[in-house]
Design a protein around this ligand. Structure first.
Ligand code: FES
Length: 519
């Protein structure tokens, strides 16, 4: 049943446009132990671009993906290729200084140029177009922030200007435009890199979950099936790193979910990529589908596993699109998870200083097209012993008294609060009261259990204790998953891990035998 609310309707199930409009080659599961120069875990933009760069340099890579290639965050992006990562440059100057803030900008612009050059080199047809990027506000409280950001642009030599008007028919009070940014179809682009890797001796495996790294003479990636990839370097490009050493990454980043609705329109889109400065976030760009405009309206971010019913976030975006632009036909909706570090700069580099052969890339804060491409270059240069100007900026071992201490405390206080919240609640719902396509918390054998009754009436019951550190997972109605409010692990209706840091599935209950013990 579609949601018919107001003047728009949303599809019943989430489906990203990018995946639906591209056929990505399929690869086998890893079924034996192998050797490679570099083992890369994660089949998104970071893992694939790293594998591409290393293959091009003559290294033998083995790329492992737990699911299908490009089915994670990269497949659920807005695909803006820009150095305009929200209001960031004034903040970076305050926290890490002018020199590093400038490097952050140059790293993004280098990534944009690399993507453009690669598209030209392989003549990739991926809907790439040059676009201006706008950050705007419609709130008096944010005008001074926009002004400060413009001052930061001037200090750093960023090509941008203030404006009171934007091409899109949207009320604004002030905006900054960053000229000559870009957008593309990320999966069409990455498909070409995947084909290059496969044609040039790279090994790619899907449905192959890496769960650990064992260190010895050479690091070994261990898979859930017990196979090994023995290599000289390991790259964890699995969104949340599948292996964190003693880096405590779950306590140094926080996870957020955000949403996109895609609307077909007969209206002409005026060009440009937009994001507002205030909350709730509204991010807008377009692409074309069958010669028709497809407007992508994103935003509504919130901490994973926390807040109101997630379907409400889709509805709010659709409502905004309807009220602002008269859009009413939404063939697609999807959501994504993003990780933000303490100082908002990604972690790219050695997992810990005493394990130089294991490298990670994470914490892209929604800007994965540029950050994933930067990561591929930084990691490739670290592995091949080349100089790279950006190594120190992104080093996971960095620490700043401000803002890291404050943010660390706020993240971990929030985790402590959620650790006990819900554990003390004693649900009284009975399984037979749960309707189709509905989930509730019930008690099974005295334990809290999350029970979802699917469209066919079949019941899926899991223990709601997160296998990472024991917080209680919450139901995500919009995407039909169990999400942990502490560090963002996500599980399918049958308890399988969809996002880390958890590595083990939720315990399942066999309800048929247990139903009458529901007390
Ligand atoms: Fe850490 Fe669930 S993700 S306790």
């Amino acid at each position: 049943m579609d949601n018919h609310l107001n003047n728009y309707h949303l599809p019943q199930f989430p489906e990203p446009y990018w995946r639906e409009s591209t056929s990505i080659p399929e690869f086998p599961k890893l079924d034996k132990s192998i050797h490679a120069d570099i083992g890369i875990v994660g089949g998104g933009i970071t893992g694939i671009t790293t594998a591409y760069l290393l293959t091009k340099k003559g290294y033998k890579v083995a790329l492992l993906e737990a699911d299908k290639l490009l089915n994670g965050t990269t497949g659920h992006t807005t695909a803006k290729i820009t150095a305009q990562h929200g209001l960031i440059y004034d903040e970076l100057i305050q926290h890490v200084g002018e020199n590093k803030a400038q490097k952050y900008y140059h790293a993004c612009m280098d990534a944009k140029q690399f993507i453009k050059d690669t598209i030209t080199e392989f003549n990739i047809s991926c809907d790439y177009s040059k676009q201006d990027a706008y950050i705007y506000t419609n709130s008096d409280n944010y005008i001074s922030k926009i002004d400060k950001e413009m001052t930061a642009y001037q200090m750093l030599g960023i090509d941008g200007e203030l404006t009171n008007e934007i091409p899109l028919d949207l009320p604004i009070k002030k905006a900054i435009v960053m000229k000559n940014q870009a957008q593309f179809h990320p999966l069409k682009y990455l498909k070409a890199l995947v084909e290059y890797i496969a044609k040039n001796g790279g090994l790619i495996f899907e449905n192959s979950t890496a769960i650990d790294v064992e260190n010895g003479d050479h690091p070994n990636i261990i898979t859930r099936d017990g196979h090994r990839v023995t290599c000289n370097h390991v790259v964890a490009a699995s969104h949340f790193p599948f292996y964190g050493g003693q880096g405590y990454y779950f306590a140094r980043m926080y996870p957020e979910r955000s949403y996109i609705v895609a609307a077909k329109s007969t209206k002409n889109y005026p060009g440009g990529m937009y994001i507002n400065a205030e909350q709730p976030t509204r991010s807008i760009r377009s692409t074309t589908i069958d010669d028709q405009e497809l407007w992508l309206i994103g935003g509504e971010n919130h901490k994973t596993g926390q807040g109101e019913s997630t379907i409400k976030h889709y509805e709010k975006l659709a409502q905004f699109a309807w009220e602002t632009f008269g859009l009413e036909t939404f063939p697609y909706r999807w959501s994504a998870q993003d990780l933000t570090t303490l100082d908002k700069i990604p972690f790219i580099g050695r997992v810990t200083d005493d394990q130089p052969e294991v490298l990670i890339a994470t914490g892209f804060r929604k800007w994965g097209m540029t950050s994933g491409t930067i990561a591929a270059h930084v990691l490739t240069d670290l592995i091949t012993d080349q100089d790279n100007d950006y190594v120190d900026l992104y080093a996971p071992s960095r620490f700043h008294a401000d803002p890291d201490v404050k943010k660390f405390l706020s993240i971990n206080t929030d985790v402590a609060k959620h650790f006990i919240h819900h554990k003390l609640e004693f649900p009284s719902t009975k399984i037979e009261e749960i309707e189709k396509d509905q989930a509730k918390i019930v008690r099974i054998n005295g334990n809290r259990a999350g029970v979802y009754r699917d469209q066919d009436g079949e019941v899926h019951a899991v223990d709601t204790t997160c296998t990472h550190m024991g917080c209680e997972v919450n139901w995500n109605e919009g995407d039909r998953t169990w999400d942990c409010p502490c560090h963002g692990s996500r599980f399918s209706i049958d308890g399988q891990v969809m996002e880390g840091p958890a590595q083990q599935p939720l315990q399942m209950y066999h309800v048929q035998q247990q139903e009458d013990t529901n007390d």
